[in-house]
Design a binder for this molecule. Structure first.
Ligand SMILES: [Zn+2]
Length: 285
């Protein structure tokens, strides 16, 4: 076996160990793959904990997912990995896991598409949600296909997350970034407010991509109602407010729509609600 392949097998074992140690996978969840050459893919086997693999467990397949070598069966999600390699010739590694906070957003149907963290805007851009597809079927591969041309990180509805890169560890680190971003977003939302980076600041950050040689698969979409996740740009929520780098979204919303939009939510404690009802009953008398 070639030395490069041996190293890649060892790297996959290490990444599996980290995914498991960080709680990004439970039981036999998750899978990792890497391009070996133009005809062969090296992938994790199905039915084993990714935290306790050994280099000899790996399976090689062709780019139709047919097994070439290995004692075990290839990952059940190999179709999803193949969809990535088909549409992104420059990508050599794919990592799939179920990190709990990012997967929580995927279950709630909330994409990670707000301009909140400068380094995420510069690197991953936005992280959309691919439609639900039954795991291990071409349905899931097709759902991923719709987003993977423009994104290096995708949430999978009611399932997990997928990250891709030009190199194995880079794909793994993107998975860490997706989960870290999800955790920060969750805390900000629990605190009750998120200040977004302004469109102007997002444009400035996007310019940094070029200066630092960050390879993003697609530019951030220009603002407008036709922003589409299916297109070849990354839809990112970033309100325009010239001269301002951080925008308090609530102030924008109240300026645009009056104090409360049609669907704005009011939260009342049980005590406040009871008082309101008592007041209304009193006025009826
Ligand atoms: Zn999965």
């Amino acid at each position: 076996m070639m030395q490069i392949e041996q190293q890649l097998r060892t790297d996959i074992v290490e990444i599996g160990r980290r995914l498991h140690a960080r709680g990004f996978v439970a039981s036999n969840d998750g899978n990792i793959s890497v391009r070996l050459d133009g005809d062969r893919l090296l992938t994790t086997p199905t039915g084993v904990s990714k935290g306790f693999m050994t280099p000899d467990m790996m399976v090689t397949t062709d780019f139709n997912g047919r097994k070439l070598t290995g004692d075990r069966e290839p990952s059940s999600e190999v179709l999803m990995h193949l969809a990535v390699y088909e549409h992104r010739p420059e990508i050599t590694a794919v990592v799939h896991a179920h990190p709990p906070t990012a997967t929580g957003f995927a279950v709630a149907g909330i994409p990670l598409d707000r301009a909140v963290l400068a380094e995420v805007v510069t690197t991953l851009g936005s992280i959309p949600i691919a439609d639900y597809g039954t795991p291990s079927t071409s349905e899931l591969a097709d759902a991923v296909r719709r987003h993977i041309r423009a994104h290096d990180g995708v949430l999978l509805a009611n399932h997990g997350a997928l990250t891709v890169a030009h190199e194995l560890f880079a794909a793994y680190y993107r998975m860490e970034t997706v989960e870290h971003f999800a955790r920060i977003s969750l805390v900000a939302r629990q605190l009750g407010r998120e200040r977004l980076l302004s469109r102007e600041e997002v444009n400035r950050l996007q310019d940094l991509r070029g200066r630092y040689g960050i390879a993003a698969p697609a530019p951030i979409c220009p603002p407008g109602p036709e922003e589409s996740e299916d297109g070849l740009c990354q839809a990112l929520e970033a309100p325009s407010q010239s001269g301002t780098r951080l925008v308090d979204v609530r102030s924008i919303a109240s300026a645009d729509e009056g104090l409360l939009g049609p669907d704005a939510e009011i939260r009342l404690t049980y005590r406040e609600l009871t008082a309101l009802i008592a007041d209304a009953v009193r006025q009826l008398r």
